[in-house]
Design a protein around this ligand. Structure first.
Ligand code: FES
Ligand SMILES: [Fe+2]
Length: 436
């Protein structure tokens, strides 16, 4: 990284522009450390879904950047984001991924904290003398807020409330959730954890990259076309997609949207094949009238939406994908399948949803992972400094949508430019980040 020059207000002004990005943004370990602190701590970052901790005293272990976090639901139902770090000497106090616990006892010297973070037990506490104040030694607490079950946390005490921060993202979350009106989303079916020896931003870059599918996933799409016929599974990604009806949109604060819906005539008819498809579909048709069965089968299938919520939540199809950075060139991508709970929705729909949600992580994501890892290899070359992010920046194809958000053709790289603008803002912000 070059140093700040006298005329530059930010060290990133030259390294990150709308036209190009310097390779070190993806390879510099110091940048990565700053990102984990400033980017992941300084904005609303996705932690978990409320349905993962449905009962009082349920918890899941998550991360905010590299900070270990416990997301808890206390006995009164309130949700907390606790920093999983003992206030005695720093050990993590919770070492299991999920469970039900009223308190967490640090294995090192057995200090005990309840699930709201309060320090409740210190062995032989008299050894600390009369001035010892337990109230000052609770676990660090994140500011947490939820939107329709999605729990976010931050260490930025000044950022606006979550719904305001998300802005028009909330419209798309609503559209995604309300595909079956009245249904409750359930995120509790295990996870598919994939690892990639690439920088975490390559994954975010890709999530609204409508340029790549017809090329990166060509073998999958062509195989589906040959075996199952025209129209099955994302074949609208083949050919000159700029002539098609898909779009990408900048939703502000680094959040972006890729919309395939205008290309989809029938979700069910264009679904990738799934094991048990016909018996399940027939069971649904036996339970519901024709129109309701069609509507129900449509919600089996991916929503046609990629909604990318900065910096780590990718709502893709019917799944939730979470980016978990581990090191500058080491990232876990975690896919959570989802089901819907509604009295008028047959169980077979959820069986099919889970089957279909096994499809892309197995057949499509390996294409992407291979490219992310190969990008990381190429980005390591010092003499080749830049990547370009200016596709469709000056082709006069961008417009403002009804919400005033910048929208472009599907292969426009405007989502990548939108990401970097907010990234730069967070990386150079002097807002003090604090645990409460
Ligand atoms: S480090 Fe946790 S009790 Fe000592
Ligand atoms: Fe892809």
């Amino acid at each position: 990284m070059t140093n700040t020059t006298e005329t530059s207000v930010s060290p990133f002004d030259e390294l990150v522009t709308d036209l190009r990005v310097h390779r070190t943004m993806y390879t510099d370990p110091q940048i990565f450390v700053t990102e984990m602190n400033r980017v992941y701590g300084g904005t609303w970052t996705y932690l978990a879904h409320e349905s993962e901790i449905p009962e009082p005293n349920d918890f899941v272990r998550r991360k905010l950047g590299l900070r270990p976090i416990i997301v808890t639901r206390d006995r009164n139902g309130e949700i907390h984001g606790l920093i999983n770090r003992c206030t005695h000497r720093g050990a993590t106090v919770c070492r299991t991924d999920s469970g039900n616990a009223r308190s967490f006892m640090c294995p090192y010297h057995n200090w005990t904290f309840n699930n709201t973070g309060k320090l409740t037990g210190v062995p032989m506490h008299k050894g600390y003398g009369a001035s010892f104040n337990r109230d000052e030694l609770g676990l660090g607490r994140l500011r947490v807020d939820s939107y329709r079950g999605f729990i976010f946390g931050t260490l930025n005490q000044e950022i606006s409330d979550l719904a305001t921060h998300l802005g028009s993202v909330t419209d798309y979350i609503d559209q995604w959730l309300d595909r079956w009106p009245g249904a409750e989303l359930v995120v509790r079916h295990g996870e598919t954890r994939l690892n990639c020896k690439g920088n975490w931003k390559l994954i975010y870059d890709n999530s609204a990259d409508g340029y790549h599918p017809g090329f990166s996933h060509a073998s999958l799409l062509r195989m589906r076309k040959e075996r199952y016929g025209v129209g099955v599974d994302m074949q609208w990604a083949l050919g000159d997609t700029d002539a098609g009806k898909q779009t990408v949109t900048d939703l502000g604060n680094g959040n972006t949207f890729l919309d395939q819906r205008a290309e989809i005539d029938s979700y069910w008819d264009s679904a990738a094949p799934m094991p048990g498809q016909n018996p399940y579909a027939n069971a649904v048709r036996a339970k519901l009238d024709d129109a309701a069965a069609k509507a129900a089968l449509d919600v089996v299938v991916g929503s046609g939406m990629n909604l990318n919520i900065f910096p780590n939540l990718l709502i893709i199809g019917n799944q939730i994908q979470v980016i978990e950075p581990l090191a500058v060139a080491d990232t876990d991508i975690v896919w959570y399948s989802t089901s819907l709970r509604a009295p008028d929705l047959p169980d077979e729909i959820n069986s099919l949803r889970v089957r279909l949600q096994e499809d892309f992580p197995a057949f499509g994501e390996p294409d992407d992972l291979a490219n992310f890892e190969e990008c990381q290899v190429g980005l390591g070359i010092e003499e080749m400094e830049w990547v370009v992010t200016n596709r469709h920046i000056d082709t006069d194809t961008e417009t403002l949508d009804a919400n005033g958000n910048l929208t472009g053709l599907i292969t426009d790289e405007l989502p990548i430019r939108a990401f970097w603008r907010y990234w730069k803002k967070l990386m150079t912000s002097d807002t003090k980040l604090v645990a409460r």
